[in-house]
Design a protein around this ligand. Structure first.
Ligand code: ATP
Ligand code: MG
Length: 423
């Protein structure tokens, strides 16, 4: 019997796994710099949490959610996104009252049963954040800056930030009215999904991959207050130097957004080119039973960002990137010495590996090379007799003999030099 992974699910290993880790590491550093605290939330939640927050007539809830019944006959869903769970936790743990920080980031798997294709998986990773209890325009600007900094640090050169403003209830009603009018005029041209959406949830028509473009010139009138808020947001965002575009048809595929929404796409991706999406959702905490609380956040798709990093030749992520590979031979003294050196180096914090098998020098050198080891230590019978070990610098292909008693100090010196140079 041969087992394969399930359609839309995949294994990530080797350099790809290193790229995921790289993205998570730089993101966490940047989140910390902006004073966001980590929150880890469950992978499963009650189905209603998502139907209430994301919206019953959205694609995610209607078609994409993994829903099942557990042994207690509870209706449970694998989380399709992170915001709903973070908001549930925010309310349940009374975070607005009991916890000093109102800024959180999360990372983890999300699940959506959509058609698998390049850049679209059924299990994918997101890293995102939620900034609660601050309705200021600077909170909006902060999250856009933060998302932009993560993408820039990851090396995304070709990116486009698009923004829009959904406004208050009255503004959204106007928007829905305009969409309904266009839908009426062009009803026969709409796909079956949009024919249905135009009645049940007209905003979602703008997200449609087939019909969305028919609405790209849609003009939305915001009320005076919302118009001013949007202008203010644009002024403040402009001051940061971030280049951005206003897109009237950007509404995002979830129902909870109010006011500012944004999306970042990259020309380095194929047709699934959205790498980050977010916005303000000032009503969700209250709608889910919490106090009236403003909130703004975003989510970055790590799988798509990883694809950009992987294709980016100027972003050098070296698979393995070991400091030292220890080559030793035989069963007895040399192998013992090799293992001893290897253990001591690890104790000193030097990343070290070695092969505990009797392969030829050539085979072990090849392995060290494919693991991208910066240095190799060669311990052979001849060297042991002289109480010496060969230290080889793999970049310059130069080597020298070192006294065994000095080896740990010497390796620590050279590796800390290369580590410093790489920072
Ligand atoms: P799309 O329009 O591509 O379907 P979305 O609007 O459904 O995206 P969000 O729910 O806003 O996406 O999620 C934020 C980010 O998560 C997206 O910009 C994307 O990078 C990533 N993402 C969403 N769905 C998937 C998926 N099925 N596979 C991989 N990444 C995804
Ligand atoms: Mg989607």
């Amino acid at each position: 019997m041969k087992y394969n992974s399930i359609k839309g699910f995949r294994d990530i290993f080797g350099k790809d796994a290193d790229i995921f880790t790289f993205i998570e590491d730089i993101s966490k550093k940047i989140f910390k710099k902006y004073n966001y605290q980590e929150i880890r939330i469950p992978t499963v939640e009650m189905v209603e949490l998502f139907t209430r927050s994301i919206g019953e007539t959205t694609d995610i809830v209607e078609k994409e959610m993994y829903v099942f019944e557990d042994k207690g006959k509870r209706k449970i869903a694998l989380r399709p996104e992170g915001t709903a769970g973070v908001v549930r936790s925010f309310i349940e743990n009374n975070i607005s009252q009991k916890y000093p920080s109102q800024k959180f980031f999360y990372t983890g798997q999300m699940f959506r049963q959509e058609r698998p294709q390049a850049g679209r998986f059924r299990e994918f990773m997101q890293i995102g954040c939620e900034y609660f209890s601050n309705a200021s325009v600077y909170a909006d600007v902060e999250v856009v800056l933060l998302a932009n900094e993560i993408l820039e640090t990851a090396g995304v050169a070709d990116k486009k930030v698009e923004i829009n403003f959904l406004g208050c209830e009255k503004c959204r009603e106007n928007m829905i009215e305009s969409i309904k009018n266009i839908c009426k005029e062009r009803f026969n041209e709409l796909c079956d999904d949009c024919k249905r959406r135009s009645e049940k949830n007209p905003l979602r028509v703008l997200d449609c991959k087939i019909d969305g473009d028919k609405f790209k010139d849609i003009k939305i009138e915001l009320c005076e207050e919302c118009g001013n808020k949007f202008e203010n947001f644009k002024i403040e965002l402009k001051k940061t130097g971030i280049e951005f575009y206003v897109s009237n048809k950007l509404v995002r595929g979830l129902d909870y957004y109010t006011d500012v929404v944004f999306e970042i796409t990259s020309g380095d991706l194929g047709s699934q080119n959205a790498v980050c999406a977010g916005g303000r959702y000032d009503n969700l905490v209250h709608e889910l039973g919490g106090p009236q609380t403003s909130a703004v956040g975003f989510a970055i798709g790590i799988d798509r960002l990883a694809e950009i990093v992987s294709n980016n030749s100027s972003q050098k992520i070296v698979f393995g990137a070991l400091d030292v590979f220890v080559i030793s031979f035989g069963e007895g003294k040399t192998l013992n010495c090799g293992f001893d050196v290897l253990t001591k180096l690890r104790e000193e914090g030097v990343s070290t590996d070695g092969a505990y098998f009797n392969k030829s020098l050539k085979a072990q050198m090849r392995l060290a090379d494919s693991l991208n080891s910066k240095y190799v230590l060669i311990i052979g019978d001849e060297e042991i007799k002289k109480d010496k070990i060969i230290l080889r610098d793999m970049s310059g292909k130069v080597q020298k003999e070192i006294q065994i008693k000095n080896i740990i100090e010497e390796v620590k010196n050279v590796t800390s030099r290369t580590i410093k140079n790489n920072l």
